[in-house]
Design a protein around this ligand. Sequence first.
Ligand SMILES: Cc1cc2nc3c(=O)[nH]c(=O)nc-3n(C[C@H](O)[C@H](O)[C@H](O)COP(=O)(O)O)c2cc1C
Length: 203
Amino acid sequence: MRIAIIIGSHRKDSQSGKIGRFLQGQIESLGNHDCWTCDLGKDPLPLWDEDIGSDAPHWAAVPALNERLGHSDAFIVIAPEWHGMVPATLKNFFLVCGGGGTVAHKPALAVGVSVGPGGSYPINELRTSSYKNNRICYLPEHLIVRNCSVVMNEDDATNDKDEHSYISERSLYCMRQLLAYSEALAQVRASGTTDLTPYPNGM
Ligand SMILES: Cc1cc2nc3c(=O)[nH]c(=O)nc-3n(C[C@H](O)[C@H](O)[C@H](O)COP(=O)(O)O)c2cc1C
């Protein structure tokens, strides 16, 4: 399977990026899967404007990004909680990318991140408002990485043993499900019932 990991932080060296790398390692431990990362902190997209879709130079990178999304079977969408919200760069990602069916009827795991006990608001927001037109399919299961600075670190000495052990088992459970949904939803797409031509936008 080809899995795209979307890092929704504005920060170049974010906890969300660290979590993405950890989840990539878990997916790769489960078989011969191909992961790639779109880190919106490291490679920010321009804010949506009316030149999108034209040959304006600031939009030059987007067709290739959309093509890569189109070749992906599943997504991990990592959203740190910022002021109880999804960061603007991730909302912008959904305005700019994922049209034309590139993510439609493909499974996505929503991951909330907090340095403290938060992290649930971004899950709620992703589930409420990031799928209507692009038809991405969030799994019923999601992941919330709380106290993120003491878990999923490459240097195990910096991890809190109990919290790291709990969240890494839980995330492995999610990774297995994401791969199973990837296979299942490929059949839905192949059924011919998900053609977007009659209704390009969701209701
Ligand atoms: C602008 C800003 C707002 C934040 N607001 C919240 C918040 O509302 N709730 C929360 O739990 N953490 C909040 N945090 C802390 C994040 O949980 C923390 O930065 C964490 O490392 C995840 O973000 P990152 O992926 O950008 O590193 C905020 C951080 C920033 C930079």
